[in-house]
Design a protein around this ligand. Structure first.
Ligand code: ADP
Ligand code: ZN
Length: 223
C-alpha cells in the first residue's frame, strides 16, 4: 500500500506516519529526514540542500525527485511506502505517478492533515527532535513532552530544536510555500479519489495519535 502524508508544517505528518509505519511495517520515507541526515553528515547532497532548507525554501526538484526515485528502488519499498514530505508540488506529484505507474503501482491513500494556523505556528516553535539519526522521534514540549526534559524516551539521546523551526522568517516562508506550491495537491488527489482529510487540533481534541489509530484500523480491516 502506497500512502502519502499531506498537510502543512506542524500538523503532525511525521508523527502520524511514524505510528502507522510502526504498526503496519510499511516503511516511512521522509524527505526532510533524508536531507537532515545528509546535512549532518556533510555529504554533497546535504551541503547543496542546506542552502535552500536553512532559508525555508524548497530544495529544487532536480535534486529531490532523483533522491526519492532512488529510495523507491530499495527492497523495503516494494510492498508499499508512507511518503512524508513528498510530493510537495504538482511536478513532484506527476513524476511520482509516472515512477509508480512504470512499476505497475499507484498511490492508494493520501492522508491530508489540517490544523488551525495559530496552532501550527505554536506547534512548530515547541517541536523538538531526537538527535539520534536512527531514531529521529519528534516531541512537543507542550503537547507530548518527553518523560525527562531534553532527553528522548525511546533512545536516551538529547533532543534539539530544528534550525528551521527556530527562525520565525523561515517558518513564515515555509508556510507561504505550502500555501502556494503544496496545497494544490489537495485538489489533485481529491480528483483521483484517494484523499482522506483529517483535522488535527486541540480544539476538537483530536491529535495525530488518534488519526493514526483510525487509519491503522481501516488498513487492517481492508486486508
Ligand atoms: P516541514 O514539513 O516542517 O517543512 P520537512 O522535514 O518535511 O519539514 O522538510 C524540511 C525541509 O526540507 C523543507 O523546508 C524543504 O526545504 C526540504 N524538503 C523536504 N521535502 C521536500 C520536497 N519534497 N521538495 C523540496 N524540498 C523538500
Ligand atoms: Zn531517540
Amino acid at each position: 500500500m502506497n500512502i502519502i502524508m499531506l498537510g502543512a508544517q506542524g500538523t503532525g505528518k511525521g508523527t502520524v506516519a511514524g505510528i502507522i509505519s510502526e504498526k503496519t511495517g510499511i516503511p516511512q520515507i521522509s524527505t526532510g529526514d533524508i536531507f537532515r541526515k545528509n546535512i549532518s553528515e556533510k555529504t554533497p547532497l546535504g551541503i547543496e540542500a542546506d542552502k535552500y532548507i536553512s532559508k525555508g525554501n524548497l530544495v529544487p526538484d532536480e535534486i529531490t525527485i532523483p533522491m526519492v526515485e532512488d529510495r523507491l528502488t530499495w527492497e523495503d519499498a516494494q510492498a508499499g511506502v508512507i511518503l512524508d514530505g513528498f510530493p510537495r508540488n504538482i511536478a513532484q506529484a506527476e513524476k511520482l505517478d509516472e515512477i509508480l505507474k512504470a512499476k505497475g503501482k499507484k498511490i492508494d491513500l493520501v492522508i491530508n492533515l489540517v490544523t488551525p494556523k495559530e496552532e501550527i505556528i505554536d506547534r512548530m516553535l515547541t517541536r523538538r527532535v531526537c538527535t539520534n539519526q536512527e531514531c529521529k522521534t519528534t516531541y512537543n514540549i507542550k503537547l507530548h513532552p518527553p518523560k525527562k526534559e531534553g532527553i528522548c524516551d525511546k533512545c536516551g539521546a538529547p533532543l534539539k530544536q530544528r534550525e528551521d523551526d527556530s527562525d520565525p522568517e523561515a517558518i513564515k516562508r515555509r508556510l507561504e510555500i505550502y500555501e502556494e506550491k503544496t496545497s494544490p495537491l489537495v485538489e489533485y488527489y481529491k480528483n483521483k479519489g484517494v484523499l482522506r482529510t483529517e483535522t488535527v487540533s486541540i480544539t476538537v481534541n483530536r491529535m495525530g495519535q488518534d488519526v493514526a489509530n483510525d487509519v491503522i484500523k481501516d488498513i487492517k480491516g481492508a486486508q
